[in-house]
Ligand binder design. Structure first.
Ligand code: SF4
Ligand code: SF4
Length: 160
């Protein structure tokens, strides 16, 4: 499915997420990297050793969600924009999702923007909570958006 459409299946998305118990504990990285390409900055960026060492540079990343503290270092270092951090402990009704964002202009904190699914389809409005600009030009800005809890596994991007 992914190879034909560029969009992961519901099962692939489900498998990328940790257990409900881990999600409830706080921020955790979700890696949606499905193609064997020569790439490993996610591994080298992770100081918690949550991402296992690659045996081969073409391996898919393997993450131990229990070792991840959701710091987000891997998000900004991934050239494939394949990683986000989800904080399910953010509030009763919302989760906080940190995503890489390569478009300009960047949104302002507090803005209401359009939350999109993995096909780029509008799902619901979401609030920009934080805009983290990179100090170096080679790193991707990270935007934190507050997303209704029921769309935690649906919303993957936004547009203004
Ligand atoms: S969020 Fe931080 S701790 Fe978790 S995998 Fe990424 S770099 Fe490692
Ligand atoms: S850095 Fe990103 S694209 Fe490269 S292997 Fe890791 S998750 Fe995949």
């Amino acid at each position: 499915m992914l190879e034909k459409t560029g969009v992961p299946t519901p099962q692939e998305i489900e498998e990328a997420f940790p257990s409900q118990e881990r999600l409830a504990k706080g921020p955790v990285a979700i890696i949606e990297c499905y193609q064997n390409i020569p790439c490993n900055p996610c591994y080298t960026a992770c100081h918690k050793e949550a991402i296992k060492e690659f045996e081969d540079i073409n391996d898919l990343p393997q993450i131990n969600h229990d070792d991840c503290n959701g710091c987000g270092l891997c998000i900004a270092n991934c050239p494939g924009l394949a990683i986000m951090v989800v904080d399910s402990s953010y509030s009763k009704d919302e989760v906080l999702i940190k995503i890489p964002y390569e478009f300009i202009p960047l949104p302002e904190e507090g803005m209401i923007v359009k939350g999109l699914d993995r096909k780029g389809k509008y799902v619901c409005d979401v609030k920009v909570v934080k805009v983290l600009k990179s100090k170096t030009l080679d790193r991707t800005p990270i935007i934190s958006i507050a997303v209704p809890r029921q769309y935690m596994k649906v919303i993957r991007n936004f547009e203004m």
